[in-house]
Design a protein around this ligand. Structure first.
Ligand code: ZN
Length: 215
């Protein structure tokens, strides 16, 4: 995720030794792909399986417990989760074309996001949901879930619709993090001015290419 456990909100120091081999970078707010409404996946091939593997690598490297495809600049309705946040522990879950329904109750939890690193705020979400999706092997996921798993699934499914957790917080929380978001916006503009981030048209052209291939 994008969805971070509160105690793991910051990037770990990077050294050559613990840099794993992965090729995907997690994009940061306000990158336009984070606002892109992702398209359903129609085919799973070896390339997509490699992307999923790389997404897990990126998620573990960033100390997250979940990561949506558009956080690595890809337009697919797909996210990965491992609530343990640690490779080799917990359960690695892949959700393809997830549909969330039947919300019940409400619960508050302090969320963070790998695409807004270091920013946390309390979000109120349904405590229980139903989720239908497919895993990488084409098996149907059809479950009623609650607790942390329900929160994570909602946070990640939001990403696929271009929604960020900061869109779901109260006005006072928004005011409290406004300065931090402005800092992200300044960094983004600077990165773009130096050519490290493409212009919107180039970003959209690339997303459409991936859609043509997989969606
Ligand atoms: Zn997130």
């Amino acid at each position: 995720m994008s969805f971070l456990a509160p105690q793991t909100c910051c990037h770990p120091p990077k050294t050559l030794i613990d840099l794993p081999e992965f090729s995907l970078n997690i994009i940061q707010y306000p990158h336009p792909t984070l606002r892109y409404k992702s398209k359903p996946i129609k085919r799973v091939d070896e390339e997509l399986k490699q992307i999923v593997s790389d997404m897990f690598d990126a998620m573990y490297e960033a100390k997250g417990i979940g990561l949506a495809a558009n956080q690595v600049d890809l337009p697919f309705r797909l996210f990965v989760l491992n609530l343990s946040g640690t490779r080799g522990e917990g359960e690695e879950m892949v959700f393809i074309n997830p549909v969330v329904s039947a919300p019940k109750g409400s619960d508050e939890f302090e969320e963070g996001c790998l695409s807004i690193v270091g920013v946390n705020a309390v979000v109120n979400r349904p405590e229980q949901i139903h989720v239908q999706a497919y895993d990488l092997g084409g098996n149907e996921i059809d479950a009623t879930v609650n607790g942390m798993l329900a929160k994570a699934i909602q946070h990640e499914t939001d990403h696929l619709d271009g929604v960020l957790f900061v869109d779901r917080i109260g006005e006072s929380s928004k005011a409290a993090i406004a300065g931090e978001l402005e800092d992200f916006e300044l960094i983004f503009e600077n990165e773009r001015s130096t050519g490290n981030i493409p212009e919107d048209d180039a970003i959209m052209d690339r997303l459409k290419e991936y859609e043509t291939k997989f969606c």
